[in-house]
Ligand binder design. Structure first.
Ligand code: C2O
Ligand code: CU
Length: 481
């Protein structure tokens, strides 16, 4: 076997190798300098983007950029963002700050926390960002169409003392459905998508452009990279394989987790979910490693390509990788009241029965009459939200254990607004890390138990982040009063 490491470098070589003399200790300051001035406005509009090379696709998005601008803050900052709507087709919109524990009025949910922003209007969002981490933003109005068209961006909140890395890389993963001419297929909201696996695109995207083996992440031997990943797809679930590389998981959904290798070497990233990885680049100059999505016949979404340059450092870094935890209220399962949420429905499996206006109906009939395909606790009314009939009402400060039971043949990444929760058990087995999340995958015929302190007053969405499923009935609210 050939040795994979470069021989040790002299101090001078090291300095040269690190480019602008960027030492690791100086990095947080350097990052702060590199950060663009705070974005204070987002304008939603249609514009053209070359998603596939040589094509022009009309997308909807923010500030004529796909993904929208990265919003970056420090923990505790007050974010002020004026959202202006200049969309076509008279489409109203809102912006939801996914994963941020905002005050209810700033949550961006039409009919629940605000009226949709009409074309020509502006809404001023203002909220403190209490927690560091990787978050994202997207509309909550017709989200299965607006997010699919390109309305999303990342929102990053820096820790007071970030872990020391050479560089950060942001990957917004997703997909789009394009026709042969590169136009977005206008088939949003079909019943088979609402009641099936959701609307899948036919082109994978990485930061708004076609993903593939030619999307090269150029790295240097010896570099330490923090890779912030978000799945912005409405329905596609990624199962990422960094074959030949050994990234460590350091955070899920913005919240620190005990650093650990990927279980079975794979990262499950459902719609709405985020993961922070730290990649110690231990390959040799000239090496290439694929990043593969195992869920879709092994599609290669990117290549990690080692530059033919000397190593950035001669010895691997040993700095701790543990991210400082956010101050989230710790749920006590012993004190908690246990609640259950059962999902039924979908176009496969035993036909479910749901209550509509107090009357039991079979899902196919509900689909015909209401366009709904799913029930939560046997109710097939996404008017939960519109009617302000919460699925659960919690006392402020109540400790909650919520057991989700999936009686369907489909996966559901379930998202709670306004709170983060601990994942206690998956399929009745205790989890290894009891990790904090705001979106958790519930397997077909599986269950997930979560726990949280319902401390944020207001009416909060609780829904499947396969956005077609949300539109098809997997959307309700919980109230904290
Ligand atoms: Cu990311 Cu209710 O959504
Ligand atoms: Cu779902």
């Amino acid at each position: 076997a050939t040795p994979r490491r470069e021989p040790g470098l002299s101090r001078r070589e090291l300095l040269q190798a690190s480019g602008a003399g960027l030492s690791l200790a100086a990095l947080p300051a350097a990052l702060a300098q590199a950060a663009p001035a705070a974005v204070r406005s987002l304008k939603a509009s249609a514009f053209a983007q070359a998603i596939r090379p040589g094509e022009s696709t009309e997308v909807w998005g923010f500030n004529s950029s796909l993904p929208g601008p990265v919003l970056r803050y420090r923990r505790g900052d007050v974010a002020q963002i004026a959202v202006a709507n200049a969309l076509p087709r008279n489409a109203g919109t809102t912006v939801h700050w996914h994963g941020i524990r905002v005050p209810n009025a700033m949550d961006g949910v039409p009919q629940v926390t605000q009226d949709p922003i009409a074309v020509g209007e502006t809404f001023n969002y203002e909220f403190r960002v209490p927690d560091a981490g990787t978050y994202w933003y997207h509309p909550h109005q017709m989200s299965y169409e607006q997010v699919a068209r390109g309305m999303y961006g990342m929102l990053i909140v820096d820790e007071d003392k970030p872990i020391a890395v050479d560089r950060e890389v942001l990957w917004a993963l997703g997909d789009v459905k394009l026709d042969a001419k590169g136009r977005q297929v206008d088939d949003f909201g079909r019943l088979q998508d609402l009641g099936g696996g959701g609307r899948l695109g036919n082109v994978f995207t990485l930061n708004g452009r076609q993903a593939g083996r030619d999307r090269r992440l150029a790295v240097r031997s010896g570099e330490r990279i923090r890779l912030r990943l978000v799945n912005t797809a409405t329905a596609r679930i990624f199962l990422l394989d960094f074959r030949g590389q050994r990234p460590l998981v350091v955070a899920h959904d913005g919240q620190a987790v005990e650093p650990h290798p990927l279980p079975q070497g794979l990262l499950l990233l459902g719609p709405g979910m985020r993961t922070d990885l730290v990649l110690d680049c231990d390959g040799a100059p000239g090496d290439t490693y694929p990043v593969i999505d195992r869920r879709d016949r092994g599609y290669q979404i990117a290549t990690i390509a080692y530059e033919r340059k000397p190593a950035v450092r001669s010895r691997a870094l040993r700095d701790p990788l543990r991210i400082e935890a956010n101050a989230l209220p710790e749920p006590d399962p012993v004190k908690a009241v246990e609640h259950f949420l059962v999902f039924e429905g979908g176009l496969l499996g035993r036909p479910a029965i749901g209550m509509v206006d107090g009357k039991p109906l079979k899902i196919p009939e509900i689909m015909r009459s209401r366009g709904l395909s799913w029930t939560m606790n046997y109710v097939a009314e996404h008017e939960h939200a519109m009617l302000h009939t919460p699925m659960f009402t919690f006392r402020q400060g109540e400790h909650v254990v919520l057991k989700m039971v999936n009686e369907t043949e489909f996966e559901h990444p379930m998202h709670l607004h306004g709170h983060s929760f601990r994942v206690l058990r998956v399929n009745d087995r205790p989890t290894r890390f009891r990790e904090w999340r705001d979106t958790v995958m519930v397997a077909p015929r599986g269950s997930v138990d979560i726990a949280f302190v319902a401390d944020n007053p207001g009416e909060w969405m609780f829904h499947c982040h396969i956005l077609e499923h949300a539109a098809g009935g997997m959307m309700g609210t919980v109230a904290v009063e």
